[in-house]
Design a protein around this ligand. Structure first.
Ligand SMILES: C[S@@+](CC[C@H](N)C(=O)[O-])C[C@H]1O[C@@H](n2cnc3c(N)ncnc32)[C@H](O)[C@@H]1O
Length: 464
């Protein structure tokens, strides 16, 4: 009987194809829950971890915050897919942060965790590969004098009414996504914003501009992916571009006024890094005390496409092609065949992908591509988190081909592999307003998949 820690032929634990074949065979039989760390001399010691997880999990309604205000300060200056609610981010930081703790969000998105760390007085790092995410995070966490912003808004509106002719950007399909009148108004707004000399104030209005681009484009409401409004509806779609900009600017200034009044003298640092968490980052070894994060749910093709969500804004803001390619650079953008073994380190993942592969091998490979990449991030987290530090990961257990991927178990497996002890997993309900009511499992418009109604907060401690 083959065992996990040796192969009779080559004695290689992870690289032995024969051993892998045998494991795959057990998987197909449904006997797949093998814990690598256990001496497995015979079939009798094979553990069925997935069905009967021994990890502590509890549903705790006090984490739902269904009725709470999630828009305080600058938290809602710009929509972003799958935002973490401030209450969850703040509570996780409070649970584990000691004085002078350093917080990291390695998938910072719109910066919810970073703003919570900032207002609680903890220095932080945020990493993301999406330039729009970095811009929103920066503006969100930079208190600005709201009176200067109000003056600047008046300037912008005055200039916009004066600018007669301005050059429109020339990106692929611009006429498909924007009506001619919208293009001309956006171009004048863009020009007026670009004339602002103070970089921080200019960035503040670039975020407002990005919001305006989104709302005045011919894209359907409530979709993260780029789907065009139906032809008949488009005829009557005439968004008031300047009013949208003005209204959003006023809302954002009001949020910023609260942040400014309370935190203008706050010396807490927020370091926002345009880096890739799969690789070695510029953060020093052991520099981080607590990680609070929500990684992507899956690959960009079949789950949330952050790149598609951001593309029109980034094109209008003048980013170049490489910056627009976020979806291919995101976790699971490409199957890294050299590192397939990283998926193998989770028994739960082996089991789930094996089940999916029986229905659809390509989807099973996509799933594997995502988790192989996610596992690479664990190596980096292990490097930057100090011993005794904490890792709090908020994940969703999405369903692929009818099979639920136990991501909460998979990340705990990955964590265990690099030296994080699982503390407990808290289950919370996702308030409807933060997620699209339906998501599309494929790239086809109108094709709907089931929605996740709960998420898992997996808590781990670095012990090695
Ligand atoms: C679920 S979102 C985070 C949302 C965030 N918690 C918030 O409140 O806005 C996941 C983020 O991971 C980013 N991402 C994907 N692959 C990445 C990588 N390899 N390195 C760093 N960030 C990545 C995406 O661009 C996206 O912004």
């Amino acid at each position: 009987m083959p065992t996990l820690d040796n192969c009779k032929i080559c004695r290689e634990k992870y690289n032995c194809l024969i051993l892998k074949e045998q494991l795959a065979f057990y998987n197909r039989l449904g006997i797949s829950q093998i814990d690598d760390s256990i001496e497995t001399g015979s079939l009798t010691s094979i553990r069925h971890l997935w069905q009967d997880s021994t990890r502590t999990k509890k549903y705790d309604p006090s984490w739902n915050y269904a009725e709470d205000n999630t828009r305080a300060y600058t938290h809602s200056i710009h929509p972003y897919p799958a935002m973490m609610i401030p209450q969850v981010a703040g509570r996780l930081i409070d649970m584990y942060a000691k004085p002078k703790a350093v917080v990291l969000d390695p998938f910072c998105g719109s910066g919810s965790v970073l703003l919570e760390a900032f207002i609680k007085g903890y220095n932080s790092y945020g990493i993301d590969i999406n330039p729009l995410s970095l811009l929103i995070s920066k503006v969100k966490t930079t208190p600005l004098n709201y009176k200067l912003l109000q003056n600047e808004l008046e300037n912008i509106l005055r200039k916009t009414s004066l600018i007669r002719k301005t050059e429109s950007p020339d990106f692929y399909n611009i006429d498909f996504w924007f009506k001619p009148d919208v293009i001309s108004k956006l171009a004048t707004l863009k020009r007026a914003v670009s004339l602002i000399t103070d970089e921080r104030i200019r960035d503040f209005f670039r975020v407002v501009f990005s919001f305006t681009v989104r709302v005045s484009s011919n894209t359907r409401n409530g979709e993260f992916k780029l789907y065009r409004i139906d032809e008949e509806k488009l005829i009557d779609f005439n968004p008031p571009v300047i009013e949208i900009f003005k209204e959003r600017a006023e809302k954002n200034i009001s949020g910023m006024a609260d942040l400014w009044k309370q935190f203008k003298n706050n010396k807490t640092r927020v370091n926002i890094l345009n880096e890739d968490t799969r690789h070695r980052t510029t953060i020093n070894d052991g520099a981080v005390d607590i990680v609070v994060t929500s990684p992507p749910y899956g690959d960009s093709k079949t789950t949330v496409a952050y790149g598609q969500f951001s593309r029109l804004s980034l094109q209008w803001l003048g980013f170049d092609n490489e910056d627009l390619d976020t979806d291919n650079r995101s976790l699971g953008g490409k199957l890294d065949t050299n590192n397939l073994h990283l998926g193998y380190s989770s028994p739960n993942l082996r089991h789930a992908t094996d089940l999916i592969s029986r229905i659809d091998k390509k989807r099973a490979r996509d799933v594997m591509a995502f988790y192989v990449d996610l596992n690479k991030c664990f190596a980096e987290l292990n490097r930057v988190v100090k011993k005794g530090g904490f890792l709090c990961m908020v994940v969703g257990n999405r369903t692929v081909k009818g099979i639920q991927l136990p991501t909460d178990e998979i990340v705990a497996d990955f964590g265990k592999h690099v030296g994080f002890r699982h503390i407990e997993t808290i289950i919370r309900k996702i308030p409807n307003k933060r997620m699209p009511s339906k998501n599309s499992p494929t790239n086809k418009a109108g094709e709907l998949g089931s929605t996740m109604t709960e998420e898992y907060i997996v808590l781990m401690e670095k012990v090695k």
